[in-house]
Design a protein around this ligand. Structure first.
Ligand SMILES: C[C@H](O)CC(=O)SCCNC(=O)CCNC(=O)[C@H](O)C(C)(C)COP(=O)(O)OP(=O)(O)OC[C@H]1O[C@@H](n2cnc3c(N)ncnc32)[C@H](O)[C@@H]1OP(=O)(O)O
Length: 725
């Protein structure tokens, strides 16, 4: 597992124990054992009067080593030897060695103190931090609860309500806020940190500062009746926000146990529940998502060639519509200089206005100060021609989806931009080779596919053609990271990864409804499964115009497996076009609240007639499970095609693309991960059965058929499947 801790004793009698396990000083079992040894040593040595715990290179600790979770999920024991004793870390090391020590300890926190890292710090008798330090218990984000005493100590340090908020949202607090909450005792600058902590530890020894064992603090905990009310309120909220997840409820129960039966009983329950949650599907899925998200920037043959990203300072955006202005906002917020080009003054003003509106909304929400907004806006320049394009490092074209227009633009760009400039397109459907056909710049043409609203949605699809240079991909990966997006590198095809995987999502729903399933029940079952909205509500949000335009690309490119329904065109004829017209599959009131519309029936009947299909009594009575499978198995099927064609290099990239681009529930691990949980054989047999009844839309692809025949996982590396065939 790696990692260690060191101990060095100063002439003042203070031992500095440093956690060392790059890159984030995570707490592997080796580190925890070494921490215990260092403490035992410090407690035994006569020249040590007090102890300071810190982390190497300005990071206290990013928490327990999540790689060990992955090991458990693969069937390896997380702990061996004495460490397998129940409560070894939380009780033996942190409570009975650190906190109960007869020498005081102080945590000196810079950078990160997350999860187990903060739990170590809370077991110390005081905490000194820098103002930029981040302190939090984000374990719920991984499907577990804090397991090293955090459920017991955090409420006793900051009060029940704030502790619940910090754990249930997994959001860390900065040093200053931690200080005002009582989580840290003083804020100092980085260069003062160790000196202040040393002195603080000696002051505790001399009783000039309080010697606090946070596990036994009682002043911040409400009386039992009041505490129960707060806990019950949190239970209701957590059930509403995370209806498919157990671990938030478990977290609240464990906190309650400590309040009702005392903190030692709380520690025992925390340990027991942690072990159970560690084995849960939710934890397996969320840990998979954690590593997969970090894995998207590792592209074999590209990022392993030692290329360094070039510095991108100035970016030009073509088109100030919804997408262009959103992309400009995202770049500006991360310090880039942006040139926004439009075709006339009116459109330009509209585009600049949208950027300003996006930033103003951040100011209103308290995410940005007015002063910062002014500064950011000084980096934005609106233009009507290419004169300023000479020194831009990257251009992102975000005009309407029109091939000849885009071709002309790319020819112009080749003329006006420097030869090193990256030429990116935000197209969501058009072949990049076609866009660059009339240029000689194929190596620097790349897709930068953002999702709307671009300054909010976390995914960036980076689309490469066989000609795109690795350097350009590395550059765009770096920009993606800087603007805080999760970049996923995909190949060039209709719809790329996200839109292509999810085009059967709406199609399956249309097929079911035309054959008798209730439209609103379909949406309900899908939202219950964990999608932010069902396929029909999503169509309303996107707008029927866009849905038909993208749908027709798929009909054109994949005619054999697209389901052609007339339902949407029929509704369009009656000027129902989705949320913008306040009528689509739902009707909308002034507050954009959607309600079912009984009139929908008549459109469905007409569409059914036109498709020449009849009601299937089986589909009228589908269970939620059946609805979910009939909507998502075609999505899994398409994801398999995308993977088999090499559009994605790793199945895990598709998991991230679906989670970040479509809102597939992360606690189900992503589309391929979820498919593997159900098994390739099962998915294949269901699709095969439906394809016989309802046509080729459901026909399993060759890759899925092969995997099912082998009983192999869908996500196994491609060559692995082939060699076994
Ligand atoms: C018993 C305990 O209560 C249980 C726990 O403590 S569970 C762990 C709780 N801690 C967390 O959830 C923190 C998870 N980590 C993070 O949120 C972020 O990584 C971070 C805020 C620490 C750093 O973010 P950032 O600077 O953007 O770097 P990021 O790319 O995420 O991470 C850097 C590397 O550290 C690794 N890493 C981060 N935290 C880790 C951890 N706790 N264990 C193992 N590896 C970790 C990442 O996998 C990544 O590895 P890679 O370079 O090989 O891809």
């Amino acid at each position: 597992m790696g990692g260690t801790s060191t101990i060095s004793v100063g002439s003042d009698g203070v031992a500095i124990i440093t956690i060392i396990n790059p890159p984030v000083n995570s707490l592997s079992l080796d580190v925890l054992n070494s921490l215990k040894d260092s403490f035992d040593q410090a407690l035994q040595r006569d020249d040590v009067k007090a102890i300071v715990v810190t982390g190497q290179k300005g990071k206290f600790s990013g928490g327990f080593d999540i790689n060990a979770f992955g090991g458990v999920h693969e069937g390896k024991a997380m702990t061996t030897g004495p460490a397998s004793k129940p409560g070894y870390v939380s009780i033996d090391i942190l409570s009975d060695t650190l906190e109960a020590a007869r020498k005081p300890s102080v945590a000196a926190i810079d950078g990160l103190a997350l999860g187990g890292g903060l739990e170590v710090a809370m077991a110390c008798h005081a905490r000194i931090a820098t103002s930029t330090a981040q302190l939090g218990l984000p374990e719920l984000q991984l499907g577990v609860i804090p397991g090293f005493g955090g459920t017991q100590r955090l409420p006793r340090l900051v009060g029940l309500a704030k502790a619940l908020e910090m754990m249930l949202t997994s959001k860390p607090v900065r040093g200053q806020e931690a200080h005002s909450l009582g989580l840290v005792d003083a804020i100092v600058s980085g260069d003062q940190l160790l000196e202040t902590a040393r002195k603080w530890a000696l002051d505790i020894l001399e009783r000039r500062k309080p010697w606090v064992a946070s596990l036994y603090k009682t002043d911040k905990i409400e009386p039992l009746g009041e505490a129960r009310e707060i806990l019950n309120f949190a239970r209701v909220q957590a059930r509403r926000q995370a209806p498919n997840m157990q671990h938030p409820q478990v977290c609240i129960n464990v906190i309650e146990e400590g309040i009702v039966s005392g903190p030692r009983a709380g520690l025992k329950k925390e340990y027991e529940e942690f072990q159970v949650l560690l084995q849960s599907d939710t934890c397996k899925s969320l840990v998979h998502i954690f590593f997969s998200q970090r894995g998207t920037t590792k592209v074999p043959g590209v990022t392993d060639r030692g290329l360094k990203p070039r510095q991108i300072k100035k970016v030009a955006i073509l088109g100030g519509g919804l997408m262009g202005s959103g992309i400009a906002t995202a770049l500006l917020l991360s310090g880039y200089q942006v040139i926004l080009k439009e075709v006339n003054q009116k459109f330009l003003e509209g585009g600049l206005g949208r950027v300003k509106a996006n930033l103003s909304s951040s100011v209103r929400k308290g995410k940005l100060t007015q002063e910062k907004m002014e500064k950011i806006l000084s980096n934005l320049k609106g233009v009507l021609d290419y004169e300023n394009f000479k020194d831009v490092d990257m251009v992102i074209e975000a005009v309407i989806e029109n091939v000849s227009l885009k071709q002309q633009i790319f020819m112009d760009l080749e003329k006006y931009c420097s030869p090193h400039c990256i030429l990116a397109s935000n197209t969501s459907t058009i072949d990049l080779n076609l866009i660059g056909e009339k240029t000689k710049s194929h190596d620097r043409i790349i897709g930068a596919h953002f999702f709307s609203p671009a300054h909010v949605m976390p995914l960036l699809e980076i689309v490469r053609t066989p000609n795109t240079s690795s350097q350009v991909i590395v550059d765009l990966l770096d920009v993606g990271k800087k603007i805080r997006k999760t970049p996923v590198v995909v190949g060039n095809c209709t719809g790329f990864a996200v839109n292509r995987m999810f085009f059967p999502y709406t199609q399956a729903a249309l097929l079911l409804v035309e054959r008798g399933a209730d439209l609103y029940r379909v949406d309900k079952a899908i939202t219950k499964f964990g999608m932010p909205m069902g396929p029909f509500r999503l169509c309303d949000l996107v707008g029927f115009g866009v849905a038909v335009a993208t749908g027709s690309q798929f009909v054109f490119n994949f005619p054999e497996r697209t389901y052609k329904s007339m339902l949407i065109p029929l509704m369009q004829e009656d000027k129902r076009a989705g949320e913008t017209t306040r009528k689509g599959f739902y009707v909308y009131n002034d507050k954009r609240k959607a309600s079912p519309d009984p009139e929908i029936k008549k459109y469905i009947e007409k569409a059914r007639e036109m498709s020449g299909v009849s009601i299937d009594p089986k589909l009228e009575k589908l269970s939620d499970k059946d609805i979910i499978e009939m909507v998502f198995f075609p999505v899994v099927n398409e994801a398999c095609r995308v993977y088999a064609e090499g559009i994605a290099v790793k199945a895990a990239d598709l998991d991230i693309a679906g989670v970040m681009g479509m809102g597939f529930p992360p606690y189900r691990g992503g589309i391929m991960f979820w498919g593997d949980k159900l098994g390739s054989k099962y998915i294949y047999s269901r699709l095969e059965e439906w394809s016989k009844m309802y046509g080729d839309f459901f026909k399993p692809c060759a890759y899925l058929a092969q995997r099912a025949a082998l009983g192999a996982p869908l996500s196994a590396p491609l060559d692995q499947g082939k060699s076994r065939l």
